[in-house]
Design a protein around this ligand. Structure first.
Ligand SMILES: Cc1ncc(COP(=O)(O)O)c(C=O)c1O
Length: 470
């Protein structure tokens, strides 16, 4: 036990963060309540520590806004000013995420919060033993490995090519680029293939980070609504489409966040329309292997005879997001361009992750695991649907998802979703509000892949009680 009184320990800890530059001038301190929780003391102890640091000139309160760092040792000693890192977002290429997204990202790793938000496999579905087996095998076969050629490990590309053949995509390994997650694939495409200033027709609602990526690459976004059958083709047909200056980005299979599935007829219609308009398509298909009731219709890429579709996939949802392995399929000239670009950016994906994924695929462990995951997802989806029927049918509507991780819940009346998000969080439940996906209806996305059964039940009950009083 330290002999230093606890309030002084807090003073030292905050001073250290300021002196080391971790909290720069202009940084806002956590709230007194958060600090009291973090240091496991009552608020008056935190207040005493803050008063000392204010007297030293390091902190200042801004009325109604919180406590800020206003000085550091460096600036006190040298009277020169440090770069104002807090202004970065004013000039940086990438704008900051929505504040709620930042909160969700921070809280998604907390074990004491019920995670109805998280789009990953929960611990009961996670392929722990399969990854352990594959890793053991890989570690016995390791040879020298350094930077690759940017396109990715050839054996992994061959395995992916075999799998894609089974869903109707005919491509050799040279038409495949390994990327560090689908998100990087989309980033490479937007920076390396699309013309700055192009129009990206994008589903609304849509996967939130694709929105940020296209925006920061200088694209204009044009929303296309999502119906029960997914991307609204009639709406697209009415748009002014400029040749060589427009592209579609869509997630037609178990769409994030709505889980809608585009039927085969609509897929064919879309391909026909895009052929007519010379409109390239970026197909984000990362949930395809997670079908629950029956396999999904073939990807748009399988219906594409003209090399019009750039196809993006990933092992983040089926194996582990932390491996950071995904892929892009496209015409060889595009794949070469993207491989070159990715050498400029990061010299390629982790060799070790690639080797583990290759082993999972080649050994059949991946398929064995998928069969278990589908059963698990079915059980969880049905459980969550029962809970919703029982507790929320008075307040909301939803559609049964045929695959993927999510149930998209649209609330009946004009519930204030920001308020619901905050109040749920205060009650220990994290949900994803629809507005982070660019949706302006009162909607929330609930995940059934991550939380345990008890957590789903507790979480839905908490939401019900909040809705009752709204
Ligand atoms: C539709 C969609 N695309 C891409 C990603 C990112 O995938 P990855 O982890 O492979 O980068 C996600 C993750 O949630 C997603 O939902």
């Amino acid at each position: 036990m330290s002999k230093v009184p606890i309030y002084l320990q807090i003073v030292h800890s905050i001073r250290e963060k300021i002196y080391s530059g971790e909290w720069t001038i202009g940084s806002k301190l956590p709230t007194q309540r958060e600090m009291a929780e973090q240091f496991q003391v009552n608020r008056s102890t935190v207040i005493t520590a803050i008063e000392i640091l204010k007297a030293e000139g390091l902190l200042e309160s801004k009325y109604g806004s919180g406590i800020y760092v206003v000085n550091n040792q460096w600036s006190i000693l040298t009277a020169t000013s440090q770069p104002n890192w807090n202004d970065i977002s004013k000039w940086a290429l990438h704008p900051p995420s929505d504040k709620s997204v930042q909160i969700i990202n921070e809280l998604e790793t907390r074990k004491d919060i019920i995670q109805l938000s998280k789009g990953e496999l929960g611990s009961e579905l996670f392929p722990r033993s399969e990854i352990a087996l594959a890793t053991e095998k890989v570690s016995g076969k390791l040879h020298d490995f350094g930077y690759g050629d940017g396109a990715g490990d050839i054996d992994l590309r061959k395995e992916i090519s075999k799998r894609l053949g089974k869903i109707g995509i005919s491509t050799s390994a040279s038409g495949i680029l390994i990327v560090s997650g689908a998100l990087q694939g989309i980033q490479l495409i937007s920076q390396g293939v699309l013309k700055t200033g192009s129009t990206v027709f994008i589903e609304s609602p849509s996967y939130l980070y694709s929105i940020y990526l296209f925006r920061s690459a200088g694209m204009k976004l044009k929303d296309i609504s999502v119906k029960n059958n997914g991307f609204n083709i009639e709406e697209l047909a009415k748009q002014k489409i400029l040749k060589n200056n427009s592209v579609i980005y869509l997630n037609p299979t178990y769409h994030n966040p709505t889980s809608t599935l585009m039927p085969l007829k609509e897929r064919n219609q879309l391909i026909k329309l895009c052929r007519y308009f010379h409109l390239p398509i970026i197909e984000d298909d990362i949930y395809r292997d997670l079908w629950i009731d029956e396999p999904a219709p073939p990807p748009l890429k399988a219906l594409d005879t003209q090399g019009q579709v750039l196809y993006v996939g990933s092992f983040s949802k089926t194996v582990a997001a932390g491996l950071r392995i995904g892929w892009v399929v496209g015409p060889e000239v595009v794949i070469k361009r993207l491989s070159d670009l990715r050498m400029q950016i990061d010299y390629g994906s982790s060799y070790f992750s690639q080797a583990v994924v290759k082993e999972l695929l080649a050994s059949g462990l991946y398929d064995r695991h998928l069969a278990k995951v589908r059963e698990g997802l079915k059980e969880r989806r049905d459980f969550m649907l029962n809970l919703l029927d029982y507790h929320l049918s008075e307040y909301a509507t939803w559609i049964k998802p045929k695959g993927g991780f999510f149930i998209w819940v649209t609330l009946n009346k004009n519930v204030n979703i920001r308020k619901l998000f905050k109040q749920s969080l205060n009650s220990g439940v994290l949900i994803n509000p629809g507005f982070i996906y660019n949706d302006n209806k009162p909607s929330i996305r609930l995940s059934f892949s991550f939380p345990g059964f008890n957590e789903m039940e507790k979480g839905v009950l908490i939401i019900k009680n909040l809705l009752k009083n709204m």
